[in-house]
Ligand binder design. Structure first.
Ligand code: ADQ
Length: 468
């Protein structure tokens, strides 16, 4: 059987308990046939040591990593990946650093990855590349003569054509995507945007289904919504750490109803809008004063970027003002924590919450929504309030869908969720649980890899360099 090679910006040791759901799932994909996981080590190289490859064995899985120089880390990771691609792909042109010249580092690191990975490849390997950091990797591998089957999965949204077109290297990025055998997206909306771009901007010829002829070759794409490992998460929910968390918080918040938000502190997640909607809820429905609490956990993320420090200040100022306006001596409306919660304890919090607020302004999928569903007690489940702009909204139709830009609408939906009768909570939860179980992370991985194996071979001509 062919060996699977996974490439992602970061590599996780699948044996370690701290690894998240995606890391566990990718590790599981590698285990049965043995495989290779390649990416950045997470370390900055000592001067002169940048090209070293670190290889270690984790059971049947080989982990291979490279270090980056400080300059390349700043240009590739902070600069182009998170200062250009992340904001534009999340529809935030206003936050994108489009003309800072980061693309050189981005391409250089992808070339470094390709050179190092090539030394480890076998002719019949299947290669699966993940996410926006590594869009050019297939093209760079092809330039080195690699002929293996290579697939790509984009974890973040694909923007509409005219937004993507604002990136000076947009056409090069799309050419790079077309060097893969299969490009996977989270949602039908993303797939549609990709198809529209290559037809409208590149003149691709539709071949039927999700296939086109573009840049002189065949391109195939598909929608593969990522799931979670429902059984693993349900197991965590009943493990001692989560139970202890649940009991402790239940005691602390006895008699209170909890609205919960959990995410990285990122401007795509709609945190200020959420706090404003909660303030409206308290203003319009004062019966919640003293009895309803928003617990907002936002883990530190990309703190070297100014847009993230600005967001932190904005959020702290909004929560401070809200607590000042509405707080009482024995009650605080918003409990805001800027830190991580251990993965094993998180299900206890999810279970405590009457309502989960998953209200991003834009999100590829959003796994928190699915984790919340998996952690609920089916006899007394909480309610999921979900942004229609999360990829998950295409699937989770029984959630209460909101437009997070509409503060009044969101606050009224919070009220609806808080008042939802038990039988309706149970009905919605049962349907949501069935859905995430049928479309779990193992389904995602199998469906994607089957589609990758079914793509037809083609002449994959090489593309020119980016401008800028
Ligand atoms: P993220 O933007 O990171 O992922 P998400 O899908 O919600 O968003 O996954 C976050 C993960 O981190 C979840 O497993 C969650 O439990 C965990 N997490 C978040 N905040 C935490 C905290 N404070 N403490 C502990 N754990 C926390 C990107 C895309 C998404 C896409 C995923 C997977 O942006 O749209 O769903 O990849 O493809």
């Amino acid at each position: 059987m062919a060996r699977l090679v996974i490439v992602s910006n970061r590599v996780a040791d699948p044996r370690k308990p701290s690894a998240g759901g995606l890391a566990v799932a990718l590790g599981d994909a590698l285990k049965p046939r043995g495989g290779l996981w390649f990416g950045w080590s997470g370390h900055i190289a000592e001067p002169g040591q940048a090209d070293q490859l670190h290889v270690q064995q984790a059971g049947p899985v080989t982990l291979a990593t490279v270090d980056l120089t400080q300059d390349d880390h700043d240009g590739y990771y902070l600069g182009y990946s998170n200062g250009v691609l992340w904001p534009v792909f999340h529809y935030r042109l206003d936050l994108a650093d489009l003309d800072a010249g980061y693309v050189g580092s981005y391409r250089r690191v992808n070339q470094l990855f390709a050179r190092q990975l090539q030394t480890l490849l076998r002719p019949d390997d299947i290669i699966w590349v993940h996410d926006y950091h590594l869009i050019p990797l297939a093209l760079e591998l092809r330039a080195l003569g690699c002929a293996q089957r290579i697939g790509f999965f984009l974890h973040i949204p694909m923007p509409p054509p005219l937004l993507l077109a604002a990136i000076p290297q947009a056409e090069w990025l799309v050419r790079c995507l077309c060097a893969y055998h299969l490009v996977g997206f989270q949602s039908q909306a993303d797939l549609l945007h990709f198809g529209r771009y290559i037809v409208a901007e590149v003149g691709a010829q539709p071949l039927g289904g999700q296939r086109w002829r573009a840049f002189g070759r065949r391109v195939e794409a598909g929608c593969f919504p990522i799931g979670i490992d429902v059984d693993e998460f349900a197991g965590l929910t009943h493990a001692p750490e989560a139970c202890e968390m649940y009991e402790r918080m239940r005691h602390t918040y006895a008699g209170h109803r909890i609205l919960l938000g959990v995410e990285r502190l990122d401007y795509s997640k709609g945190l200020p809008q959420r706090v404003k909607a909660f303030a409206k809820l308290l203003r319009n429905h004062p019966e919640h004063i003293g009895s309803t609490t928003l617990i907002q956990i936002a883990s530190p993320s990309r703190e070297a970027l100014g847009s993230y420090t600005d967001l932190r200040q904005q959020l702290e100022s909004l929560t401070g003002a809200l607590n000042g306006d509405y707080g009482e001596l024995d009650w605080v409306p918003v409990r805001y924590m800027h830190r991580n919660v251990a993965r094993r304890r998180l299900p206890g919090l999810y279970r405590l919450a009457r309502v989960a607020l998953v209200t991003p302004l834009r999100d590829g999928m959003n796994l928190v929504a699915k984790e919340f569903i998996a952690a609920q007690d089916p006899a007394d489940p909480g309610v999921l309030v979900l942004s229609r702009f999360a990829g998950a909204a295409e699937q989770l139709k029984e959630a209460l869908l909101v437009n997070p830009y509409d503060t009044d609408g969101t606050s009224e939906t919070m009220q609806q969720a808080l008042q939802m009768p038990l039988h309706e909570r149970q009905r919605r939860h049962q349907l949501l649980l069935e859905h995430i179980r049928a479309h779990d992370v193992h389904w995602w991985r199998r469906t994607y890899l089957d589609a990758l194996m079914a793509t037809q071979e083609d002449d994959r001509a090489l593309a020119p360099s980016p401008k800028g």
